[in-house]
Write a protein that binds this ligand. Sequence first.
Ligand SMILES: C[S@@+](CC[C@H](N)C(=O)[O-])C[C@H]1O[C@@H](n2cnc3c(N)ncnc32)[C@H](O)[C@@H]1O
Length: 270
Amino acid sequence: MNEDRSKLLAQRWDDRAEGYDRYFVPRFAPWVATTTTTLLAHPLPPGPILVPCCGTFPELPAIAAAHPESEIVGIDISQGMLARARRRTTAHPRTRLLHGDALDIYSRWPGTAAAVISVFGLQQLPDPPTALAGWVSALRPGGVLSVTCWPDEPENDGPFALLDAVVNEVIPQTADDADWHLRLSDAVTSAGAEVEHDVPVAHPIIHPNAEAFWMAMTEGGRLRNLGMSHGETFVAQLRNRFLDRAPAGPWQHQPTARLIVARMPLGVSG
Ligand SMILES: C[S@@+](CC[C@H](N)C(=O)[O-])C[C@H]1O[C@@H](n2cnc3c(N)ncnc32)[C@H](O)[C@@H]1O
């Protein structure tokens, strides 16, 4: 990734780290559990377990419990997220954190990793199919990939959908590569692995109310960046539009992510 883009992205996540960890990490925990559970079912070859886009590293406890002897490496571009991840790694001496780009995984671990696990990082990368192929190529024969990402539209109804609608009305999205999600499975097989599961994964999330969701998005979500780029008045106007159309009281929804689990066949390296 070019250096300016990489710095900007890192800074955005530094700013959001506290809010994301406090509000979203507990609500996204069921997807972390679904993604890491796949590791319990698989014996792994030797080598490190890599966790690109680890953020504050909620994946760590389940991975360490399933594979206590393995080296586990969390990789993230944001020092702010890694500072919070450090609170989790102290309990796991075989774990280390690396400040770096998730796109560099293959060049650091070519065909040498036991597993690559990642939750909600892939969809943010500039070219997700190419990034995913790189992650597969880091696997040793017998190595396992377990990756969960958000599709462009995780729900038709609910706070994520309403937020998208309200934002898109005033900032029309440019369709950079609207079809990237159609190419993920091919990217995995082209890199040499066999897809074992490619499934939608929906879990319920509850927000105390629309206002609390909005606040969380301004502190730990994408609205924080919007405030910086478009100003607080603009965000206040968006907030009114959002709250006018949101239901009153606690708000439950069930967004759908995508889980891809694949294995590098024995006798093949990426
Ligand atoms: C939505 S958070 C998910 C974090 C964690 N996996 C979780 O489930 O809570 C996405 C993370 O990806 C990181 N990230 C985004 N682009 C990255 C890149 N190119 N290389 C490494 N990390 C990146 C961000 O800094 C952020 O911590």
